[in-house]
Design a protein around this ligand. Sequence first.
Ligand SMILES: Cc1cc2nc3c(=O)[nH]c(=O)nc-3n(C[C@H](O)[C@H](O)[C@H](O)COP(=O)(O)O)c2cc1C
Length: 230
Amino acid sequence: MNATDTIYINGYKHVSYHSDIFSEEELTIKSKSFYEWLDKRRSVRDFSDKNVPKEVIENLIKSASTAPSGAHKQPWTFCAISNPALKKQIRNEAEIEEKESYENRMSERWKKDLEPLNTDMHKPFLEIAPWLIIAFKKVYELESGGHKHNNYYVNESIGIACGMLISAIHNAGLVTLIHTPSPMNFLTNILKRPSNERAFLLLPVGYPKLPTYVPDLKRKGLDEMTVFYE
Ligand SMILES: Cc1cc2nc3c(=O)[nH]c(=O)nc-3n(C[C@H](O)[C@H](O)[C@H](O)COP(=O)(O)O)c2cc1C
């Protein structure tokens, strides 16, 4: 970087930014191939116990952390768990909540909607997958003296980060399944998280068990989800 790459605006340092510029033809090809690659991502419910190196998990989390966030507060903590005893404890507690949900909390309509997905209250993947990544949102920052400083657009920010995490997992040739046992307070207790953090999503990460089958779902077409104003 040379001197002209830096300027100060209102006293704050800014650095020059360069995005790749493509021809319209290249743009079309690149955007189409990215879409086609992303369209291959599927939620997988049967995991192999094959090891995934810790460095890979670190890279996935670093990818997620590139997400934009409200006022750049980065209101997230990612807990990555490979410890078998902890995974077993998380599975046990998740299954207790899931049993209660399936038996007493979920509507018949909801259970009917889940039927094609072949998902139920049993969550063996929480023990089998080599890693669990649990994204915690930081609702507020705890400053010295115990003062609470609210973060901004926390759900939007961590949702985007998790989307990028899921894409990074797909890019690595690994699979995940978003799992949201509800309520998820037990994760705060098991992982001893501070009072300003709330569990947001639980993502097992690993290789699929082979052969793997996924529900034959169709995604909405462009005309079902897009309105152009030209
Ligand atoms: C917030 C959220 C929670 C989800 N929770 C579960 C879950 O608890 N169990 C499950 O089997 N799938 C869960 N899913 C995965 C969806 O069922 C899946 O994304 C959807 O069926 C589309 O399939 P695809 O991911 O293969 O495109 C969840 C997805 C989201 C976005």
